[in-house]
Write a protein that binds this ligand. Structure first.
Ligand SMILES: Cc1cc2nc3c(=O)[nH]c(=O)nc-3n(C[C@H](O)[C@H](O)[C@H](O)COP(=O)(O)O)c2cc1C
Length: 204
């Protein structure tokens, strides 16, 4: 949990919809507000310039990426975060491009962990909020697989049952989204906030 000297729970919140007041972002805000006291860094991935990983191999020997772009400060944010909270709309059953760019660029962290043969100290938690316009069998499965792989690779714990998945969201935004969706996210946020606080105290 928080490294010594830290005084509050730190959250890195990734918003992976181009619509800041769309369905996934609105649900994400309800979730974040319910966490309780926390330092939250919101990163709107569609406003960022993150270059695609080119598999150059540089980070297989040195813990750095050859690119210096908007991903650079996010490495430090990831390192400090107790909770990595991701919201995304489903695009062709997968994550939107900017989120996939972000994920691929964390290869540098996977390589570091591989060399050190350990991940970050203590429990750090990942969570996912995902909205889709339609409803079909296993519609969230490809994204869940990618996000689980991602959390596993960078050493974040998660409970699959915590992932908030919303089908049938076509045409919904923060302005017309049924309250029950926001309430569900709020309840989940409050519960996770309590769990984080307990783990935080245990680490003092
Ligand atoms: C490029 C694109 C691809 C999409 N692909 C899917 C899809 O595969 N499955 C689905 O259920 N909805 C799909 N949708 C609909 C969005 O996932 C849905 O409207 C979502 O709720 C939008 O969330 P937002 O308001 O947070 O952006 C797609 C939308 C776009 C623009």
């Amino acid at each position: 949990m928080p490294a010594s000297g830290k005084t509050e729970i730190r959250v890195l919140a990734l918003f992976a919809s181009p619509r800041k007041t769309g369905a996934s972002s609105s649900i994400h805000e309800s979730f974040l507000l319910a966490l309780g006291p926390a330092s939250i860094r919101r990163a709107y991935l569609y406003e960022m310039e993150i270059r695609p990983c080119t598999a150059c191999g540089h980070c297989s020997a040195i813990s750095e990426c050859v690119f210096d772009d908007d991903m650079t400060p996010l490495y430090a944010e990831l390192d400090e975060a107790d909770l990595l909270s991701i919201s995304m709309p489903l695009y062709f059953s997968g994550p939107p491009g900017p989120l996939k760019l972000f994920i691929d660029r964390t290869q540098v962290l996977w390589e570091s962990a591989r060399r050190a043969k350990k991940h970050r100290e203590g429990p750090v938690i990942g969570n996912l909020i995902c909205t889709g316009g339609a409803r079909y069998t296993d519609m969230f499965l490809p994204s869940i697989t990618i996000i689980r792989h991602f959390f596993n690779s960078i050493g974040f714990d998660y409970e699959r049952s915590d992932f908030l998945l919303y089908p049938d969201m076509e045409g919904l935004t923060g302005a017309n989204i049924p309250k029950k969706h926001l309430i569900r996210a709020g309840i989940a946020g409050e519960a996770l906030g309590k769990r984080l606080k307990t783990a935080y105290r245990g680490a003092q």
